[in-house]
Design a protein around this ligand. Structure first.
Ligand SMILES: NC(=O)c1ccc[n+]([C@@H]2O[C@H](COP(=O)([O-])OP(=O)(O)OC[C@H]3O[C@@H](n4cnc5c(N)ncnc54)[C@H](OP(=O)(O)O)[C@@H]3O)[C@@H](O)[C@H]2O)c1
Length: 240
C-alpha cells in the first residue's frame, strides 16, 4: 500500500475517520473529505500527518466534487483507492419524496458521481470500497428508515454492477456494517448505546476501528470483487 493514493469521503468522524487513519498507517497518501465538521477533519489530519490532505465537499454539490478531483489530479496525477463512505441516515419519511431525494443524493448519487471521476484517475488499475449497511436488506432494516435502506440496497447492486463492468483491473467491494458507535447515531446516552449494542449477537456496539480493519483487508485483497462483506456483530442473523 506504500505510496498509493487513497480518497476517503466523509472522514471527519466515525467510520471514515478510522478508515482514513488506518490507510495512512498502511503507507497510503490519504485525501479525505468533510462537510460541516471542520474540527473533526482537523483531528483526522493531525492523526494522519504529512501524508494527509483534507478537502471540504458537500455531496449535494457536483461542482465541489469536481474541484476535489481536480485537486487530486493536480497534486498526485492519479488515484489508487476510493472509499465511498460519506453518508446520512435522516430524515425518515416513508412517503416524503424530499427525504428520499436528500438521502439518495448523499448515499447513492454522489457515490455514482465520485466513482465516475475516480475511475478516470485510476489509470485502469485500482480498488473501490463502498460503505453500505446491513439495513440494505429489507428483512433486517428498521421500519422507520425506508429511504436509507433503499439507498443502501441500490448501493449494493451498484457495487456488484461496477465490479462486473470494471474487472479485471479495478476491483469493487462493499462493507455492510451493523451498529457502529459513531455520530451518525446522534445524541445517545451510554445506556442507549448499551441497549442498541445488545441487539447484536456480540452484545455491544462495533468500534469504527473494527470496520477500518476489514476495510484495509478488503482493499489489500486482489482476489475478490463484487463482494458485500458483513461486519455486523451478527445482527443480520437475528429475527426482527
Ligand atoms: N454508524 C453505523 O451504525 C453505520 C451502520 C451502517 C452503515 N453506516 C455507514 O457508514 C458511513 C459512515 O457513517 P458513520 O456512522 O461513520 O457516520 P458519521 O460519523 O456521521 O460520518 C458521516 C460522514 O459523512 C459526511 N457527510 C454527511 N453528509 C454529507 C454531505 N452532505 N456532504 C459531504 N459529506 C457528508 C460527514 O461529514 P461532516 O460531519 O463533516 O458534515 C461525515 O464525515 C455512512 O455511509 C453510513 O451510512 C454506518
Amino acid at each position: 500500500m506504500k505510496g498509493k493514493v487513497a480518497l476517503v469521503t466523509g472522514a471527519s468522524s466515525g467510520i471514515g475517520q478510522a478508515v482514513a487513519v488506518a490507510l495512512s498507517k498502511e503507507g497510503c497518501k490519504v485525501v479525505f473529505t468533510y462537510n460541516s465538521n471542520e474540527k473533526g477533519a482537523k483531528e483526522t489530519l493531525e492523526e494522519i500527518g504529512k501524508n494527509g490532505a483534507m478537502f471540504k465537499v458537500d455531496m449535494h454539490n457536483e461542482t465541489e466534487i469536481e474541484k476535489l478531483f481536480s485537486f487530486i489530479k493536480a497534486k498526485f496525477r492519479k488515484l489508487d483507492v476510493l472509499v465511498n463512505n460519506a453518508g446520512i441516515n435522516r430524515p425518515r419519511g416513508l412517503f416524503e419524496t424530499n427525504d428520499w431525494k436528500e438521502i439518495f443524493q448523499v448515499d447513492l448519487f454522489s457515490v455514482v458521481f465520485c466513482t465516475g471521476k475516480a475511475v478516470k484517475l485510476m489509470e485502469g488499475v485500482g480498488k473501490i470500497l463502498n460503505i453500505t449497511s446491513v439495513y440494505a436488506d429489507g428483512k433486517v432494516c428498521y421500519k422507520g428508515i425506508a429511504p436509507y435502506g433503499a439507498a443502501k440496497a441500490a448501493l449494493n447492486h451498484y457495487t456488484q454492477t461496477l465490479a462486473k463492468n470494471l474487472a479485471p483491473k479495478i476491483l469493487v467491494n462493499a462493507i455492510a456494517p451493523g451498529y457502529v458507535r459513531t455520530p451518525l447515531w446522534g445524541e445517545k446516552t451510554e445506556k442507549e448505546f448499551e441497549e442498541s449494542g445488545k441487539e447484536q449477537l456480540i452484545e455491544r456496539m462495533i468500534d469504527p476501528a473494527e470496520i477500518a480493519q476489514m476495510a484495509v483487508a478488503v482493499i489489500k485483497n486482489d482476489a475478490m470483487t463484487g463482494e458485500i462483506v458483513f461486519v455486523d456483530g451478527g445482527i443480520s442473523l437475528k429475527t426482527v
